[in-house]
Design a protein around this ligand. Sequence first.
Ligand code: AMP
Length: 175
Amino acid sequence: MTRDPSWLAGLLRDIPDFPQPGVVFKDLTPLVGHGEAFRFAVDALADHAAGLGVDKVVGIEARGFVFAAAVAYRLGAGLVPVRKPGKLPGQTITETYALEYGTDALDVHVDALARDEAVYVVDDVLATGGTATATCRLVERLGGAVVGLGFVVELGFLDGRSRLADREVLSLVTV
Ligand code: AMP
């Protein structure tokens, strides 16, 4: 059945004041827990990536891994984890960034990409765009090329997309 991705919106759950007061957290566990919806979301992201000649899929810890791993599997592409500081065991580089709720940093292994590899970045939610921008910087510092980014949900009011203005971006649901 061909469906518009907006049907996924009914499987998002708003959790007010999580993880801190004032933030409305978009909980994707109902979507991931719905077999047809999860497959639909993964297929939509993988279809987008497939048109971009992707060598590697980069997934952002932690909820991004859920979708990135499935997209990489469908493409037959390698998966590169971008993780919170101190989690990766090998030699890493780090980028710091601003979140909707605080600041944080992300690491990637220095040998995760070969020069000029085409990379597709996957995360669950695009909010301010800080996380995605930092991830693009990590990829580019390693000599990779970000050919596209895919998100399940975009928080339109935070306008993270403007920070990715020069990039190829797909989000399945904008709220
Ligand atoms: P940002 O860097 O502001 O675009 O934030 C995106 C990252 O933070 C993603 O990894 C999301 O998982 C998480 N995130 C930020 N805001 C929310 C939110 N309101 N609901 C769920 N996840 C969020």
